[in-house]
Design a protein around this ligand. Sequence first.
Ligand SMILES: *Cc1c(COP(=O)(O)O)cnc(C)c1O
Length: 356
Amino acid sequence: MEIELRLVPKDRRRPVPELKNLVFGRLFTEHMFVMEYDCKRGWHSPRIQLYQDLTLDPAAIVLHYAQTIFEGLKAYWGVDGKIRLFRPWENVKRLNRGAERLCMPQVPEDLLLEAIKKLVLVDQAWIPREKGAALYIRPFMFGTEPSLGVKPSHSYLLLIILSPVSAYYQEGFNPVKIYVTEEFVRAAPGGTGEVKAGGNYAASLKAAEVAHKRGYTQVLWLDAVERRYVEEVGTMNIFFYFEDELVTPALSGSILPGITRDSVLHLTREWGLPVSERRVSIEEVIEGVETGRLKECFGTGTAAVISPVGALCWRDQEYLINQGQTGPLARRLFDELTGIQYGEKEDPFGWTIVLD
Ligand SMILES: *Cc1c(COP(=O)(O)O)cnc(C)c1O
């Protein structure tokens, strides 16, 4: 299948605004990718066209039953003037795992990756040039069939939209404070926690609201069964650096398998650190704070790369980690990953693709 280019003529393009101090996910580029699916034709009409409103039947399945999944990755403007993507095939494969889980059709992986690359090149003028800033890429798909019956849709739309984003750390690489919730859970075994399904995020809003009201920026999620084992922090995976071991919760079925998480595991194993993917209880974390065995804690995800955790609140008590400061491991990982993404450091694992 060929991707049709229905581009805005160059002399009629919208001027690119100044790409500074952007609020995440509010500004979008001039074009988007669209592809349609129906049972008879399968995927068809892939095209890059003007970014514009969609028309949907009010009974479209996605609006009622959340049959929708998404991905998130970035295009980086390198120090050498080259545009890079970071492990984009992992996003493509994860989207298809999500499609499987939500009874949606598989997307041709080569076509999706080609669509991402082409769209980024078309709107490359919208990639911010400073280090830390990037063009956020949001592929997503959803069921469009008008039906109030609870069943998989017979028709789908897949889109890719692009949003320039500023550096996540505008005021320095500072730690966040997190709130351990025992009241709410993000995902349960057998549920959809391990895929980027829209409904997961709707279900997480209440806990985030409670955390914000209490002065915390993120929620620390515990497992749904015992409310004891750590799962994730906000929309990031989490790592604990104990005296003799770097630990991240093992993928249990309710944890999102982050690409940044996987990259951190590769790098730290390469560096010779003892690394475990295992269960880690909130009691072990608190005890680690009290005895000094816990040296650092940080979240990992595409948006922030590494997000140091400086304090956590559990059962109305606040615990400081590394005196509320960013630790050396978090900083080293941040420098290494962003160094690879912006073409400043060697890419020994072949994680990046250069677009040209
Ligand atoms: C996207 C996401 C992550 C991080 O995944 P990356 O591939 O590293 O960006 C972690 N947890 C949740 C819940 C997510 O949605």
